[in-house]
Every structure is written in C-alpha cells, then in structure tokens.
Design a protein. Structure first.
Length: 94
C-alpha cells in the first residue's frame, strides 16, 4: 500500500494529501511561544472523518480527505503512522 501523501512511486507528492498532512501537523503541534496547545490526534481524526463524510454525502471531491484505502474514517493509529513515517518527517528513505 502506498504512503499517504505520495503516489505509488514513493517520490511524487500528491498535493491534496500533502495539504492534509500540513494541516494535521499545524493542528497537532503547539504554536511557538505556547500561545496555543496542539490538538490531540483523536480530535484531529474526528475532524477529518467529519469533513470526509460531509464531502462524500454532498458528492464533493474527496481529494486529501479520504485515506489511502479510500475510506472516510480516520483514526489515531492512521494519523500516528503517517506522522511517524520517515519520509513525512523529512528523512530520506531509499
């Protein structure tokens, strides 16, 4: 199975998925200077699931909202796996 954010070649970025990853990271990490605490991965997963289900119900494009398997359900485990992936973290892996 491919990595969320990349095409099957594991090098080409999927722009809509990359935008979702950036959003998740922005929400998860606390703001500089501690002005805002980061959200939990569970609350971010619930928000992504809600947005994906709303888009699916409205017949809107799911780009960046569906998981790699095409599902609308996001979980703590899925987000944790994505964020701990060396490629997503900015580390190179052959």
């Amino acid at each position: 199975m491919r990595t969320f954010g990349y095409k099957d070649d594991r090098k080409t970025v999927v722009p809509a998925e990359a935008a979702t990853i950036r959003r998740v990271v922005k929400e998860y990490l606390p703001s500089p200077g501690g002005r805002r605490e980061g959200k939990s991965l569970m609350s971010i997963a619930a928000d992504l699931t809600r947005r994906a289900e709303e888009a699916a119900a409205a017949g809107e494009p799911m780009a960046g909202l569906a998981t790699v398997s095409g599902r609308t359900k996001w979980t703590y485990a899925k987000l944790s796996t994505i964020l701990s992936n060396p490629r997503i973290a900015g580390l190179r892996r052959d």
